[in-house]
Design a protein around this ligand. Structure first.
Ligand code: ADP
Ligand code: MG
Length: 321
């Protein structure tokens, strides 16, 4: 195995199962056909070794996460994923690493019925760039600028696990009870199937990749509104609670829950009348869903505590906002 064509042939030429793929690989471009009345949504994300994942991360975890972070962007706008390209830069041809990466890659693609339709293979520091493409009904796409005063604000899953997982990995905290957090760091779950149906009840969503404060902030800026968020409603996993109990003096570290990255959960807003339907949808997908607050016309993101008091983080020693 001496050149990139051998690598592409052996590790990145998967069977193409979708019939909307006219040509995948082997020419200068791929060809696909788009269904009528749908719009194409495209997104790209790069993962660089040592920057986006610790250098000792396994090939399987890298493959998994590289796809998921892109699918999470598609989910954030309600798109059904269809095709993907992979630009990979490798320091060397390590067959064992490539086989593990390739197997995991193929298995995630199969699970979501996505076809790998092209890419680029180069030599260099390990980095993976994926472009994911999907489609959605023209007037149903979820956008950041569609929140309205009075909408309820929801998040899927639990927040902060990945940031605690990263902390555990970097500090060698050997604690079995933190392994769910490390799992969330390495194997985020894009809320793809839920999002495809969420378009029926919501107009506005974002995926939480940089922490709730930053990402909900993007919705508020784009929609020119504010939000009241109830801190006690923020979903915290048992593993995260264990971390706070044992490693943070039994105090919740709000900065870890709300301002750090890699959650890949969805934050979205829903007109009150659609709240029951959205809750039913989450049950159908066996997805935890939390209503954490409401959109206001104030232009401010405000947090409230257990007794509905406005929390001033600077007075409680919280310095990250
Ligand atoms: P070109 O020089 O025309 O850009 P390349 O030599 O980069 O072509 O790639 C040859 C073919 O292999 C192209 O069809 C390209 O899409 C495909 N390809 C290259 N790298 C990958 C990869 N990592 N995964 C999937 N397809 C790839
Ligand atoms: Mg090329």
């Amino acid at each position: 195995m001496s050149n990139e064509f051998d690598v592409i042939k052996k590790y990145f030429s998967f069977e193409v199962l979708r019939d909307d793929v006219v040509l995948a690989g082997g020419d200068d471009c791929a060809i696909v056909s788009l269904p009528e009345n749908k719009q194409l949504l495209l997104t790209t994300d790069t993962l660089i070794s040592g920057v986006h994942f610790p250098e000792n991360t396994s090939a399987e975890d890298i493959a998994y996460k590289a796809i998921m972070v892109n699918l999470s962007d598609l989910a954030a706008m309600g798109a059904a994923p269809a095709w993907l390209t992979l630009a990979i830069s490798l320091p060397e041809i390590n067959q064992c690493w490539l086989q593990a990466f390739s197997n995991q890659f193929n298995s995630v693609l199969s699970k979501f019925n996505i076809s790998l339709i092209g890419g680029d293979t180069t030599k260099g520091a390990l980095s993976i760039t994926i472009q994911a493409m999907g489609f959605c009904d023209k007037n149903k796409i979820l956008r950041r600028d569609k929140a309205e005063t009075g909408d309820k604000v929801f998040v899927t899953g639990e927040l902060g696990d990945a940031s605690i997982g990263l902390h555990a990995v970097l500090n060698n905290l050997n604690d079995e009870k933190l392994s769910p957090c490390i799992q969330r760091l390495n194997r985020p779950e894009a809320r793809v199937k839920f999002a495809e149906e969420l378009v029926l009840y919501s107009k506005c969503a974002i995926d939480i990749s940089d922490g709730l404060v930053a990402d909900l902030g993007h919705i508020l800026n784009a929609s020119q509104c504010g939000a009241k968020i109830q801190l006690p409603a923020i979903p915290v996993s048992a593993s995260a609670q264990h971390y706070f109990d044992l490693y943070h003096n039994a105090e919740t570290d709000w900065s870890m829950l709300l301002t750090q990255g890699d959650d890949y959960e969805l934050c979205f807003t829903v007109n009150k009348s659609n709240q029951p339907a959205v809750e039913k949808l989450a049950k159908k997908h066996q997805l935890k869903l939390s209503c954490i607050g409401e959109i206001t016309d104030s232009n401010k993101l405000e947090f409230y505590g257990v007794n509905n008091e406005l929390i001033n983080f600077s007075n409680t020693g919280f310095k990250h906002f």
